[in-house]
Design a protein around this ligand. Structure first.
Ligand code: SF4
Length: 322
């Protein structure tokens, strides 16, 4: 593993496949220092597989190719030992269900302390425990000393998610990857946890299907469909003037004030095909009202890695020529 660049995360040509079937195809994006990037799309679009590939945590039978660099250091193909030294230290995660991530038989303060001891960012258990209590206070767990003595099942869902965030931030990571971290929480607790995530100094890759959450947390957004990146750009720009019909559909479907001509809430017609069963050419063409003969071919990415789209007929912009 050799360091080369200044981006925190630099993903190029990432493809995840199984048995000759590509589930994620040729994904490329970057996350700069302190930048907060959202990754959105319906279930089955490939968001979580992309995150798993970045983390080196793909299920057995799935294989990733391409390049995933963390501050210039190549992670794809790195040994499990090298990846273990990075995960939990320089790159950390918060998932939707904290119960599966926490050890049910260990007091939470010890779980926060443990991640610092494993990665040797604190010299001994005593200082790690003191730092853990500070971290629990930092994620605004009420009475952190007392709460730290609790086991996970004695805490509420929101409190457990705060503990997970304390663990994720314990070693001052460069990159925090959140996968639907607030989906299971009620609206008030969700807002509090999002506030904490927003306050973290780490670069953020935030995976969600909730566009309102992206709007409140992220600077830039990546839109995935059918295992491909279909649009990317600053949140304000993409949400105001999406270029890709799929992004337009997602925005319309999330707008509870917008109804169709028959007064029904808008949805994207059809459903997401099964993994690996997306059409050739443009992956969205079986659901796109604007599809034509051009769309039988794969549309090229136009724009920059930070802001662009993959569509032959982008909305509000000239057609792309082959
Ligand atoms: S390339 Fe064609 S099918 Fe795909 S989103 Fe654009 S217009 Fe629709």
């Amino acid at each position: 593993m050799t360091p080369t660049a200044e981006q925190v995360l630099d993903v190029r040509g990432l493809t995840v496949s199984t048995g000759g079937l590509d589930l994620v195809s040729d994904i490329g994006f970057r996350v700069g220092p302190g930048e907060r990037v959202g990754l959105i799309g319906e279930s089955g679009s490939g968001k979580s597989l992309t995150a798993a590939a970045v983390l080196g945590l793909l299920p057995d039978g799935l294989r990733a190719t391409g390049s995933v660099r963390l501050t210039g250091v190549e992670l794809l193909g790195a040994s499990e030992r090298a990846l273990s030294a990075v995960r939990g230290r320089r790159m950390t995660t918060v998932f939707q269900e904290p119960m599966t991530a926490l050890n049910p038989s260990m007091r939470v303060v010890d779980q926060v302390a443990e991640v610092m001891l494993v990665h040797r960012t604190r010299p001994d258990r005593r200082s790690a425990r003191a730092a853990a209590v500070e971290l629990l206070a930092g994620v605004r767990l009420p009475d952190p000393v007392e709460a730290g003595r609790a086991y996970p099942h004695q805490l509420s869902g929101g409190q457990r998610q705060r503990v997970l965030l304390a663990i994720a931030l314990a070693n001052d990571p460069e990159l925090l990857i959140c996968d639907e971290p607030t989906t299971a929480l009620d609206v008030r607790v969700q807002a509090q946890v999002l506030d904490l995530i927003r306050g973290a100094s780490a670069a953020l890759l935030f995976i969600t299907h909730d566009l309102a959450v992206v709007a409140s947390v992220c600077d830039r957004v990546l839109v995935m469909y059918g295992g491909r990146l279909v649009e990317a750009g600053p949140v304000a720009e993409i949400f105001r003037r999406p270029r890709h019909p799929y992004t337009r559909g997602l925005l319309d479907a999330s707008d509870l004030d917008s109804t169709d001509e028959r007064g029904r809430l808008r949805t994207i017609p059809g459903s997401v095909p099964a993994a690996g069963a997306f059409p050739e050419g443009c992956v969205f063409r079986t659901r796109c009202a604007g599809a034509d003969d051009d769309c039988v071919d794969l549309p090229p990415w136009t724009g920059t890695p930070e802001a662009g789209t993959a569509c032959w007929h982008p909305l509000g912009a000239p057609d792309v020529r082959a």
